[in-house]
Design a protein around this ligand. Structure first.
Ligand SMILES: *Cc1c(COP(=O)(O)O)cnc(C)c1O
Length: 358
C-alpha cells in the first residue's frame, strides 16, 4: 500500500496568508489538504492532495449520527535555517491506528500517511509562520462516510489531513492557570473510549468545561469515573505533579489518553536522572501533599501548550496554591528543552525530530 502514488492537484486560487502576529488557534487553513478513501473489500485508495475546500457527504453518513471518527494533532516548526521539523509524527500515526482499532475503523498504512503529510507540508510550506512560538498545527482525521442509520461500523471512510497556521500559545509569557477539580462529571471510564482520540470524548467533556469556566477556572482536573478518587487528566492534557523532589503522573489505565508529550516528558526526566513515577494518585494524596508543603509543582502536557503550569487547584471549597501561583523551575526547564528540541534551537539527543525535505 505504501507504493500507492499520491496524486497532486494544485489550487488555482491561492488564499491570502494571515500575518504571523495575528494568528489565533485553528481558525485559518492552508491552500491544500490530503485525502484518501476506504471502501470495504478494496482497502484504502486514491491518496491525493487537492485544494482545501468543503467536502460533500451524505447527511446519513455514520459519522454524523454515531460519531465513528478519530483524529490526531501535531505541529510543524520552521527553524532559523528554514528547515521544517515535525515532532515524533510516527507516534501520532501509530496512535491514530490504535484509536481506529477501538472505533472498529480500518487500519491504514502509517508510512503512506506520513508521506502524504510531508508532501502536503512541502506544498504549503510558505504557510508555516515564523515568529517565535508560532507553528503549523496539523490535524489528521478519519470519518465514517457510509450513508446508513443502522448502528454498525461503516463500510466506507475518508482519511484527511488539514493544516492550520497557529499563533503562540503563550503570547504574554507562561501564566499558570486555575483548575477546578471535577467532582460531578467524568471524562472517561475504564473500558470506554478515553484512551482513543475520538470526537465523543470531547463532546462529552464540554459541559464540565463550561461550568468551570463560568466559575473562573480555565480547565477541570478529571478524576476516575468509578471511584471519583484518582486523578486522570487536566482538560484535554495529561497531568504531572512534583512532590517531595519526585515527579509523579497517573499511570495509563485504559481511560487516560496516552499523550506523546507525556511520553516525551517521562523520557526527558529519565535522561536527566530526575525520579519520575507512573502510578495512581488520589486527590486526597494531593491535598495532603499540599497541606504538608511537599506539592512543589503541577502542570499539564499536550501538543498545543507543550507544558501548562497549574497555579491553583480548587477542591471541596479548598484552594490549593501551587508554587505561589508561579511556574516552577522544573516545569520551566522541561518547557524550554521540549520547545528547544521541537523548534531546532537545541540538540535533539533522542532522535525525536523528523525533517521534512523541501
Ligand atoms: C491529545 C490529548 C492529550 C495530549 O496528547 P499529546 O500527544 O501530548 O498532544 C492528552 N489528553 C487528551 C484527552 C487528549 O486528547
Amino acid at each position: 500500500m505504501e507504493n500507492l502514488s499520491i496524486e497532486v492537484k494544485l489550487t488555482k486560487e491561492p488564499k491570502v496568508k494571515p500575518a504571523s502576529d495575528q494568528l489565533a488557534f485553528g481558525t485559518v487553513f492552508t491552500d491544500h489538504m490530503f485525502t484518501m478513501d476506504y471502501t470495504e473489500g478494496h482497502g484504502w485508495h486514491d491518496p491525493m492532495i487537492i485544494p482545501y475546500e468543503p467536502i460533500t457527504i451524505d447527511p446519513a453518513a455514520i459519522v454524523f449520527h454515531y460519531g465513528q471518527t478519530v483524529f490526531e494533532g501535531l505541529k510543524a516548526y520552521v527553524t532559523e535555517e528554514d528547515e521544517v521539523l515535525l515532532f515524533r509524527p510516527e507516534e501520532n500515526m501509530k496512535r491514530l491506528n490504535r484509536s481506529n482499532e477501538r472505533l472498529c475503523m480500518p487500519h491504514f498504512d502509517e508510512e503512506l500517511a506520513l508521506k502524504g503529510l510531508r508532501k502536503l507540508i512541502q506544498i504549503d510550506k510558505d504557510w508555516i509562520p515564523k515568529i517565535e512560538g508560532t507553528s503549523l498545527y496539523i490535524r489528521p482525521f478519519i470519518i465514517a462516510t457510509q450513508p446508513y442509520l443502522g448502528v454498525a461500523p461503516s463500510k466506507t471512510y475518508r482519511f484527511m489531513i488539514i493544516l492550520s497556521p497557529v499563533g503562540a500559545y503563550y503570547k504574554e509569557g507562561i501564566n499558570p492557570v486555575k483548575i477546578a477539580v471535577e467532582s460531578e462529571f467524568v471524562r472517561a471510564v475504564k473500558g470506554g473510549t478515553g484512551s482513543a482520540k475520538t470526537a465523543g470524548n470531547y463532546a462529552g467533556a464540554m459541559k464540565a468545561q463550561e461550568v468551570a469556566e463560568a466559575k473562573g477556572y480555565s480547565q477541570v482536573l478529571w478524576l476516575d469515573g468509578k471511584e471519583h478518587k484518582y486523578i486522570e487528566e487536566v482538560g484535554a492534557m495529561n497531568v504531572f505533579f512534583k512532590m517531595d523532589g519526585k515527579v509523579v503522573t497517573p499511570e495509563l489505565n485504559g481511560s487516560i489518553l496516552e499523550g506523546i508529550t507525556r511520553k516525551s516528558v517521562i523520557e526527558l526526566l529519565r535522561y536527566w536522572d530526575i525520579p519520575v513515577i507512573e502510578r495512581k494518585i488520589s486527590i486526597d494524596e494531593l491535598y495532603e501533599a499540599h497541606q504538608v508543603g511537599i506539592l512543589e509543582e503541577a502542570f499539564g502536557t499536550g501538543t498545543a501548550a507543550v507544558i501548562s503550569p497549574i497555579g491553583e487547584l480548587s477542591w471541596n471549597n479548598a484552594n490549593l496554591t501551587v508554587n505561589n501561583g508561579e511556574i516552577g523551575a522544573l516545569s520551566k526547564k522541561i518547557y524550554d528543552m521540549m520547545t528547544g528540541i521541537q523548534t531546532g534551537r537545541l540538540e535533539d539527543p533522542f532522535g525525536w525530530r523528523m525533517t521534512v525535505e523541501l
